[in-house]
Design a protein around this ligand. Sequence first.
Ligand code: GRG
Length: 328
Amino acid sequence: MSEIKVEQFPIKLEVEKHLKYLKELNNHQDELEYWLSEALRLNGIYWGVTATYILDHPEIYDSKEISKFILSCQNEDGGFGGCTDHDSHLLYTLSAIQVLAICDTLSEVNKDKVVKYVAKLQNPDGSFSGDEWGEVDTRFSYCALSCLKILHRLDAVDVPKAVEYVKKCMNFDGGFGSVESAESHSGQIFCCVGALAIVDRLDIVDADKLGWWLAERQLPNGGLNGRPEKLEDVCYSWWVLSSLSIIDRIHWINKEKLINFILSCQDTETGGFSDRQGDMVDVFHTLFGITGLSLLGYPNLAKVDPVYCMPVSTIERLNIKTRTYNQI
Ligand code: GRG
């Protein structure tokens, strides 16, 4: 296990620039893009807050103000909308609970209402719908189980049934799709492997077969794609690497080549990361560039938990660690 050194790479991580980019995200209220992304505000806050913690500079945001806004997005049904007065969805509910957990303000939320909301979305076959309109996806199985585990309330759902559904979404190549018989995709693999890790059922996964498929995602330029024949994208540095880490196969990736690829996707003037070199930066890719580097053992970053995509320090405080994961 060789130690990574900053000097090994032609480009360095522009920590100060990224912090400035993250700090100013909320200052663009005069821009159309800010309002177009309103429905995703809660996800955006989770991506930004987590990035600052992994950069080891959580002080750049006011956690009291953030928690107050998050709490304002909780609806009567107990779930959270993407912004104040938006309808509840599991995607935003998980982001809300994650941010409150990271900011250590979980005690301020009505947990019973959240638990009731999540539990009501489980279907008889064990799957979860994202909201009252019923769409089913393994992303929602992950969101529900992660959220309940953070709240120490997994008892509120039928865990064996949830596992049964995730197992049905496993494919011949060892990967997982969004629903039964759907193509394997790295994002869904993170959700399924993460969900199984949360409920301690990784025995279901064929780690060698899945590890092989995931390692095949690395392209000659070092970047990772999400499925065969697709382009590389910084966000797969998270979805693929975290999955490999959970099944103990992270060393099957060429880490130096991937670090070089991730660093090449930074905007060294404005800060932030894009999906691939030369594209516009955004907070989603910024988080997953930084968490990818953390999993790869890049220096001076806080450790991220591959199952929860939250700082290891938060997971330890919550006492919900599935186990200790080795970096490369
Ligand atoms: C706590 C990190 C965290 C997540 C919560 C919502 C969720 C759980 C996970 C999402 C997993 C997922 C499906 C990620 C993929 C996102 C993505 C870039 C999709 C793009 O798909 P395509 O088909 O792109 O447009 P490709 O790369 O296949 O061409």
